[in-house]
Design a binder for this molecule. Structure first.
Ligand SMILES: *Cc1c(COP(=O)(O)O)cnc(C)c1O
Length: 467
């Protein structure tokens, strides 16, 4: 076998071996960043090395710094578990080396996106005329949606932002909940709105926009408006009250955008769908594949009802690029990049693998497992759950009844102990001014036994810290 074939085989074998061991290894990296950096940092090679030696060296350097993001007891962030079927599809995307820019250069890559887009709209039950951009994640999905929003609200007042830019443009009012995800502010920053140039609307204890505050904010606005709503708050899993807010935003002629990075998947789960009621009347939606759909990174979807506004904001045209004359879909017309990975393959494969009922069952199972975790923890003296567990998120506080500072310290100490223990991984966050341990149940492989072992470990750590 030649060395380059060998390199591919080593990569496959070591990837498979890694996944086989993942459930039983500590759900955290063995070495710190500084330690693994010293493994990667070596003199710049003057002469190259053979392919199989390079892949072996990569495996050896990386192994101790790999975090168990795909592990069944990793609850650290709201991210999926890079399902093996999606990983396999992604390996093929890499092996096939398709540049997914347009339908002529890469017919299969473009077709997989087009077909997956139809499936996504069906699964998420969003307006079927919407267009879908396959982006790197929800950050860029928010960016693409808000770029289309910016273009359209300004076009309606006679301003062509795609050609003239924002110089001299009429001001646009952006309304956003005060517990929106940090990446939405990043998107607004890239679009020239500024992180602080927007109007933050007060939210309730679960982080949901308060309808009265929203109505008050819209009553005094003149000119173009964009509203950013949220499906699935990062700490609580809560949904904005769309039925109350969307009609008010409509009356203000706003473009309504929903950040639903993980929460939008509740629409694919009949028992949870009511949480999302009303968001289908928005104009655009950001959602991730690498969260609840379990595709590998990077995979997000920018969904926009007005396909023309979408293309106007994103189309890359050049003399050497083909024009889609027969209704073909060019992936690059819906995203910021031209050359890009064929993201449609992993999405197509995951939907084909799980199916509508598999996705619904998985989302429901995760929500029930989150509730089980909350029940196990709250039964212990000194532990409180800081959110209503409506989805897959559990916000845990330790030191119930103690002064805030003391409870914050205890909470951070429990988080450190849980991470050192390694049975499971959970991280910390600041929620409404107080420290919480956040447990996100969203990995396809997580089962009841994982929740019970993790709850046992968390309780063990709490008892040790408390004493
Ligand atoms: C994860 C998340 C994002 C950012 O998504 P990326 O895929 O990390 O870019 C945005 N909003 C919410 C609510 C999220 O949970």
């Amino acid at each position: 076998m030649d060395d380059l074939t060998r390199a591919l085989e080593i990569a496959a074998a070591s990837g498979i071996d890694y996944r086989r061991r993942l459930p039983d290894r500590p759900q955290r990296p063995e070495l710190s960043y500084a330690d693994v950096l010293s493994r990667f940092r070596r003199p710049l090679p003057e002469a190259g090395e053979g392919g199989s030696a390079v892949i072996r060296a990569l495996g050896e350097a990386a192994a101790p710094g790999l975090h168990a993001h795909a592990g069944p007891r990793f609850f650290g962030w709201v991210i999926g578990g890079s399902h093996p079927v999606g990983v396999a599809a992604d390996w093929l995307a890499g092996a096939w080396g398709q540049n997914a820019g347009n339908h002529q250069a890469a017919p299969s890559a473009a077709a997989a996106e087009a077909a997956s887009a139809e499936w996504l709209l069906d699964l998420l039950d969003l307006p079927r005329e919407s267009s879908v951009g396959f982006v790197t994640g929800a950050t860029m999905a928010n960016f693409v949606c808000l770029a289309a929003a910016r273009g359209e609200v300004l076009r309606r007042v006679g301003w062509d932002v795609e050609s003239k830019g924002l110089f001299g443009a009429p001001p646009v009012t952006v309304l956003i909940g005060d517990e929106a995800h940090a990446t939405v502010y990043s998107a607004l920053q890239y679009l020239g709105f500024g992180r602080d140039g927007v109007r933050r609307i007060a939210s309730d204890a679960e982080g949901r926009i308060r309808p009265d505050a929203f109505s008050a904010a819209t009553s005094s606005i003149e000119g173009p408006v964009i509203c950013v709503l949220q499906a699935g708050q990062i700490n609580t899993g809560a949904f904005d009250p769309f039925d109350a807010i969307v009609p008010v935003a409509r009356r203000a002629s706003a473009w309504i955008h929903v950040d639903g990075a993980f929460g939008l998947w509740a629409r694919a789960c009949p028992p949870r769908k009511a949480l999302t009621e009303g968001l289908q009347n928005a104009d655009s939606w950001a959602v991730d594949g690498h969260k609840w759909l379990q595709t590998p990174y990077d995979s997000g979807y920018a969904i926009i009802r007005d396909a023309i506004a979408h293309e106007r904001a994103m189309t890359t045209a050049a003399s050497y690029l083909p024009v889609a004359a027969g209704g073909e879909r060019d992936p690059s017309h819906f995203v910021p990049e031209l050359s890009r990975r064929a993201r449609g393959f992993a999405t197509w494969a995951m939907i084909l693998h799980l199916g509508r009922s598999g996705i619904a069952a998985m989302v429901e199972r995760h929500c029930r497992l989150a509730a089980r975790m909350a029940e196990r923890l709250v039964a212990e003296p000194g532990i409180e759950i800081a959110n209503a567990v409506v989805l897959d998120q559990v916000a845990v506080r330790f030191g119930k009844g103690l002064p805030i500072e003391e409870a914050d310290t205890l909470t951070d100490r429990v988080i450190a102990a849980v991470q050192a223990d390694g049975t499971c991984f959970a991280g910390g966050a600041l929620w409404k001014g107080r420290r919480i341990m956040r447990v996100s149940v969203i990995d396809w492989a997580t089962g009841e036994a994982d929740i019970d072992a993790s709850a046992d470990a968390i309780l063990r750590c709490w008892r040790a810290v408390r004493n």
